[in-house]
Design a protein around this ligand. Structure first.
Ligand code: PMP
Ligand code: GLN
Length: 412
């Protein structure tokens, strides 16, 4: 969708109508193209910020993708599959080798024994298909905010309503009263994300116990987005499905993008009770059926890598986190050091939307104002999100550029 499209929905930049092309003719009434469910959805902030980085030649610390490839053995597995005749439709549930690898991954890492596994087009498709499968119009989805931008969009596509539980800086901790207040009689789904994008929080056991108790009490289905499950530097990733009463009501979602640095492959999966997976599969079969066969084979190889691979990745990312945080501090900003993911939020001491809009011109860096991930725009108006999944020299160059900003200007 281009920024100038005549859709009614206004994203960050799609709000103003296109100037009329021919002043000699009467202005055409603006054509309504998009359905009401597109209201408020324009171009995603990631598309916009990456385009801004390309246009201005800036270092892109906006969209979260690594600037190096994942393991070469996994790439070789994809090549082997491509050359080995694995190029037709995969079975709808996914290629057996990958499904088996997901069962094995859940068992080995968390002691979980899901009843079923479905391979999807990235975690994004699992989230969309599950929400479409589970929500009737008017149902409510309880969701932590700030949130990944596909959540509100897919909730809207399902005709459901979001009821957000706000995580506020500096702790971004779950507030028990806010959780209670967000669960009404139409609540159907609890949509979770831990480790959490964009805050970098890793929900702790006490928070997850509160959530689990609420899910059981109100008979909610839990959709648990765990795409950053292996990117944890402090504390421990606890899958909600491991809590008492949760395995039978939780659909756990993950993908190969973040853990194996293949964000462009879009191979994801969900696992859990047979009925939840079956409902999600019913939607998925009509969205995309089954795709990416050779990459599914390679994803199976990724999941079977020795644990030393993930340990090394975590070590590298931890180093980059600390390098970027040091650079942010040196530049007069105040980072909230994240326990997980590859994002750090920093207080820029001024309106972060204006700050991020000017940053490319001022010092050749793109970051994202964290407020775009909130409904409550006043919750974090001075925070900006910086991605640290970039090579060390890139992070060092970003730190140098930030250091060149007069701190008086930063803290207007
Ligand atoms: N969930 C969260 C929280 C994310 O940050 C992202 C972005 N990678 C996704 C889901 C999408 O994952 P995928 O690229 O596998 O669709
Ligand atoms: N998950 C990535 C982020 O938060 C971006 C994914 C996307 O571009 N849709 O930066």
């Amino acid at each position: 969708m281009s920024s100038g499209s005549p859709l009614r929905g206004a994203g960050m930049s799609s709000g103003s109508p296109r100037p009329h092309a021919d002043p000699g003719t009467a202005p055409r009434p603006e054509r309504r193209v998009g359905a009401a469910r597109l209201d408020g959805l324009g171009t995603t902030v990631f598309t916009e910020m990456t385009a801004l980085a390309v246009r201005t030649g800036s270092i892109n610390l906006g969209q979260g993708f690594p600037d190096t490839d994942g393991p070469s053995s996994v790439i070789e597995a994809a090549v082997l599959a491509l050359r080995g005749g694995e190029n037709q439709y995969a079975p709808l549930p996914g290629v057996p080798a990958l499904r088996e690898a997901v069962f094995e991954h859940q068992r080995r890492n968390y002691g979980l024994e899901p009843e079923d596994v479905l391979v999807t087009f990235g975690a994004t498709e699992a989230i969309a298909a599950a929400l479409l499968a589970l929500c009737d119009p008017g149902d409510e989805v309880v969701v932590l905010e700030p949130y990944y931008d596909s959540y509100p969009a897919c909730i809207a596509f399902a005709g459901a309503r979001r009821r957000q539980v706000t995580l506020r800086p500096p702790e971004f901790a779950l507030d028990a009263d806010a959780l209670r207040a967000a669960i009404g009689p139409r609540a159907r789904v609890m949509l979770l994300n831990t480790p959490h994008n964009p805050t970098g929080r890793v929900l702790d056991r006490a928070e997850l116990e509160l959530i689990a108790a609420a899910c059981v009490e109100h008979d909610l289905v839990c959709l648990s987005d765990e795409v950053y499950e292996h990117l944890v530097y402090e504390g421990e990733h606890i899958p909600p499905a491991t809590l008492p009463g949760m395995a039978e009501r939780t659909l756990t979602i993950s993908s190969v993008g973040k853990s194996f640095s293949f964000t462009g492959w879009k191979v994801g999966w969900c696992s859990g009770p047979a009925d939840l997976v079956a409902a999600t599969r019913t939607v998925k079969q009509y969205l995309t059926f089954a795709g990416g066969t050779p990459l599914q084979h390679a994803a199976a190889a990724a999941l079977r890598l020795p644990s030393t691979y993930l340990e090394a990745l975590r070590g590298e990312l931890l180093g980059r986190r600390d390098r970027l945080c040091a650079g942010l501090v040196a530049a007069g900003l105040r980072p909230f050091v994240p326990a997980g993911t590859y994002f750090v939020n920093a207080d820029v001491g001024t309106d972060a939307a204006a700050f991020c809009a000017e940053l490319p011109e001022r010092c050749g860096i793109v970051a994202i104002p964290t407020s775009v991930f909130y409904d409550d725009a006043a919750a974090a108006p001075t925070l900006a999100r910086f991605a640290f999944c970039k090579r060390e020299e890139v992070i060092d160059e970003a730190a140098n550029r930030l250091a060149g900003l007069p701190s008086a200007q930063l803290r207007q």
